[in-house]
Design a protein around this ligand. Sequence first.
Ligand code: DP6
Length: 362
Amino acid sequence: MTTLDTFKTNDYSKINTKGSFTFSAPSNIALVKYWGKKENQIPANPSLSFTLNNCKTVTTLQYESKAEKNVSFDLLFEGQPKESFRPKIQKYFERIQDLCPYILDYHFTIDTKNTFPHSSGIASSASGMAALSATIIALEKLVNPHQTEDYYLQKTSLLARLGSGSACRSIKGNIVVWGETESIENSSDLFGVEFPYEVHSVFENYQDTILLVDKGEKQVSSTVGHDLMHNHPFAIRRFEQAHENVVKLKAVLKSGNLEQFIALVESEALTLHAMMMTSIPYFILMKPNTLEIINQIWKFRETTNIPICFTLDAGANVHVLYPEMHKTEVQDFIENELSKHCQNQQFIHDEMGFGIQSIVNL
Ligand code: DP6
């Protein structure tokens, strides 16, 4: 059985040198939502996501060997010092140091940039933690090159999870499951796995346009939201429902039945927000324009019969999901109608992607 101990790197050599690695990692959008966690970033329920392609973080890790053993790093955002990221990255290194003791032998300079607009309100923690973890594993391959490619990929996902839960679903594959559940073979609480079953061609290159409804700082962070699932009056039933929804979605992904797909995905999104609204204390992250957009999507679907639907993350923004064959009509509708309800008319067209990529430094 794969346990956390499987991923402890005890044998490694110290490379007395410096160098760098650059990786890009995409964001992902959950269809079955992760909301609620146990100790050590173990999810309270399984989740399933589509990997995205255009919303990416690109991270360069420069490493330089040093004599003393400790966590030591400088942080840059687009080449400029960015101290506000430090607490999160410090916590990440502390969480991974038992699994990756070699990190203590190096000083790191971490330079990050995003392909999506600054302060667009899009959570960059999934792509950011996935990209950083990819660079750490590239270093591990140098100091301990004796593992299989599968091991390194699983460990990349595991490290990403310790940075931010949803990040573990941004490493490999276009459809990813995270969280142990009976219906998905080899699923794990420790890392994300590629959805291992047949998928209907209607889902190939599925489209996701992200409507930027509110770019402000969220009033309640995901961390606080997850925490409020402890002692939540509906938590136990919700966690069971997520397992059931993975079973249903597995069948829908095979059959290509978009009516059932839409019903499940929209229900998951509204259930996530219902959990927020019924937490104690309760909170609301949707804005009036979130609801306006949802209503317009429903109206458009009814009048055109085009199978578009929405999902939401932990914020006011709306993800519009649709098959590639309807791209032109849906993107016209978004540009002409839905964009009016976005902050500064901003939206980002994205689509399914496949995970991390190594970028060779020239
Ligand atoms: C609503 O992964 O941001 O987007 O593990 O605390 O970093 P942490 O939380 P995070 O939570 C994401 C929640 C979600 C649903 C999802 O992506 O599954």
